[in-house]
Design a protein around this ligand. Structure first.
Ligand code: FAD
Length: 398
């Protein structure tokens, strides 16, 4: 064997697997092409859906880590959550907030490139990073052979973290047809409306970041946040009309559009990032809503076709059950923003039939393609936590 472990991907899920493989003799991370490429939700190219290249979408994510546990998944373990959190934010103890819907917004999001470099230093020669694109792999109980555009690497175990849009194709090329669902679930951001006289959200800042208060209501698929409505954003729907145009740009695009930002959007951006001036006579109510099978996947693996009916039904339900009194409801319910929390793109039964999940099968998928339920909260940190736990378990059992 060339390596004990191979990880496909260099984003947050891959980082989780690599962290968990601390006890492995040798780990090779195949991170995708050196020259990376974004895909977008639609032709307007305002919101990215994947990044095929070093660091994945983790180069641009906002780093928001939720502390609620609704629909939380493997592992349901506060200590493991706190240990991973404190690897990145050592001055913050999340444990007192676990189980409540707070959102931690860090001053410095976890960046996979930096963290892989840090791991390489810690692991002294046991971790190799290679900017290679994997074409397919072969697996048997004896190990795996992973073919890239350059060569074939062999290892005892394989960890797949190619992201929700690229993993299904990789699995089908390697294990056979029927594994890609052709559908993918996501969060959608929607504007619920406005309300006057609400108490400002609680915000607790420390040296690592700020915890923002969030809310859950009778609609279990929605997570609600309040933002002060200032300037033109005091007018119902003005904010969502503008945000729907700007989308959710990546860091490099922010500088370009900031020149065109209205004072209302700027005020919201400062609030979102730093929690500045939360008290206001009027608040906008937003919801992040889980939409199961929000998109069909088209001919190319990154081509997404929005299922407008599913998105509308989920956002209408969130609007109908907002946990605030006196909300003037949005008159533009068709305007939504993709959440970039794509997940559940792999058919779990087909994957199991191909052997993935058997105790002696050397392949595990650790990204969001196999998460069938993420609840209403941002999922990425919990996805990483799951990857850490599974890798640690494999090393322990070896
Ligand atoms: C602007 C923005 C803000 C966000 N904010 C948040 C947030 O606050 N909180 C939150 O929870 N989430 C957030 N997200 C979502 C978060 O970024 C993603 O959920 C997360 O980064 C996905 O990580 P991943 O490792 O599963 O996949 P990806 O980041 O997509 O990484 C996939 C990796 O696999 C590699 N790869 C793919 N195919 C191959 C192949 N064939 N061979 C080799 N390598 C391959 C790619 O190069 C890449 O390195 C945000 C996203 C964006 C864009």
């Amino acid at each position: 064997m060339d390596f004990e472990d191979i990880v496909i991907g260099s984003g947050l899920a891959a980082l989780g697997a690599a962290i968990g493989l601390e006890g492995s003799r040798s780990v090779l991370v195949l991170g995708g092409p050196a020259q990376g490429q974004f895909s977008h939700y639609d032709g307007r190219a305002t919101v990215p859906s994947s990044y095929l290249g070093d660091g994945g979408l983790g180069n641009d994510w906002h780093g928001v880590i939720p502390t609620g546990w609704c629909n939380a998944y493997d592992p349901r373990d506060d200590e493991a959550y706190a240990a991973l959190f404190r690897r990145f934010y050592p001055r913050t103890d999340p444990r007192p907030r676990l189980g409540q819907p707070w959102l931690f917004v860090p001053w410095r999001p976890i960046r996979p490139r930096l963290e892989f470099a840090r791991l390489q230093q810690e692991r002294a020669g046991k971790l190799t990073l290679a900017p290679e694109l994997v074409l397919s792999f072969r697996a048997s109980r004896a190990g795996v052979a992973v073919t890239t555009a350059m060569t074939t690497h062999r290892a005892r175990r394989l960890w797949i973290a190619a992201g929700a849009l690229h993993t299904p194709g990789l699995l089908e090329r390697s294990l056979g047809q029927g594994i890609a669902r052709g559908l993918v679930s996501d969060h959608v951001g929607c504007y619920v409306g406005q309300a006057d006289g609400l108490q400002a959200p609680a915000i607790h800042r420390n040296r690592d970041g700020a915890f923002f208060q969030a809310w859950q209501g009778a609609c279990a698929d929605a997570l609600y946040t309040l933002r002060p409505a200032r300037f033109a954003y005091r007018t119902l729907d003005h904010g969502i009309e503008q945000r729907a145009v700007f989308g959710l740009p990546t860091g490099s695009a922010i500088a370009k559009i900031s020149k065109r930002m209205s004072p209302g959007l700027l005020a919201e951006a400062f609030y979102n990032r730093f929690g500045l001036f939360p008290a206001a006579p009027r608040h906008s109510v937003y919801a992040q809503v889980l939409v199961r099978d929000a998109y069909a996947v088209g001919a190319a693996e990154t081509a997404l076709i929005a299922k407008d009916g599913a998105i509308r039904a989920a956002t209408d339900a969130a609007r109908a059950h907002a946990p605030f009194a006196g909300v003037r409801v949005s008159q533009r319910p068709e305007l939504t923003i993709p959440g970039i929390h794509l997940h559940h793109s792999v058919d779990l039964q087909s994957l199991a039939r191909a052997g993935v999940g058997d105790a002696d099968f050397p392949v595990q998928v650790v990204d969001a393609s196999v998460l069938s339920e993420i609840g209403p909260e941002h999922h990425s940190f919990k996805m990483m936590l799951g990857a850490v736990a599974r890798a640690q378990r494999a090393v322990r059992l070896a």
